[in-house]
Write a protein that binds this ligand. Structure first.
Ligand code: CTP
Ligand code: MG
Ligand code: K
Length: 180
């Protein structure tokens, strides 16, 4: 019961989890805000780039399609009816995750936090909020069918844990400047 919830929650969120990590690897180049400031601080900062956002989104969509391709064997192996992604849902999860993270950077800059500063709570869930909101808008039926209350609860418990583990790992590997 708990196992199938966690499996469903994880499967459904992979296209939202991976984009931010892909952006860390792909980042660089022109910042989205073009260096502009607003009220004495950068609008978003150098940590939000066009390339990171585009590559992150693309990786998330491709991954969703790859998961669809192995849905049957994976569902059979786990004994769980794993969700398949519609193309709009796949795009919304990936792009929504990137936008949630970008929105958090906007708030960080407004609250005097420099690039890379931690924003506990927000850092761990910004991309979940973005992903689910965008999915709800572009494919309401799929989102409500997939993210039932128990699945949503599993996502909210599991995500901060996974976020901390991946970021500490990426920091330890020298891929990221801060362990959050
Ligand atoms: N990145 C990117 N584009 C994005 C998101 C991330 O290029 N839309 C890359 C940047 O190189 C960024 C790194 O991934 O520095 C780590 O992402 P994150 O921790 O979200 O950014 P920070 O540099 O910590 O900046 P901020 O304080 O604004 O979150
Ligand atoms: Mg950071
Ligand atoms: K972040």
């Amino acid at each position: 019961m708990i196992g199938s919830l966690v499996a469903t929650a994880f499967w459904a969120m992979v296209p939202a989890y991976v984009p931010n990590n892909a952006a860390v690897l792909a980042g660089g180049g022109r910042p989205i805000d073009g260096g502009r400031e607003w009220r004495g601080a950068r609008v978003l900062g150098d940590g939000k780039t066009w390339r990171g956002t585009a590559v992150g989104t693309l990786v998330g969509v491709v991954l969703a399609l790859a998961l669809n391709a192995v849905n049957d064997p994976a569902s059979a192996a786990l004994g769980v009816d794993l969700p398949t992604f519609s193309l709009p849902a796949a795009f919304a999860l990936a792009f929504g995750a990137m936008c949630g993270d970008i929105g958090a950077s906007f708030l960080k800059r407004r609250s005097g936090r420099e690039r890379g500063a931690a924003f506990p709570g927000i850092d761990q869930l910004d991309f979940v909020a973005g992903a689910l909101l965008f999915a709800l808008v572009v494919d309401t039926g799929w989102t409500l069918d997939t993210f039932t209350l128990p699945v949503l609860a599993a996502v909210l418990v599991m995500t901060p844990v996974l976020h901390v583990v991946t970021n500490v790992g990426a920091y330890a590997l020298g891929l990221k400047n801060e362990p959050w």
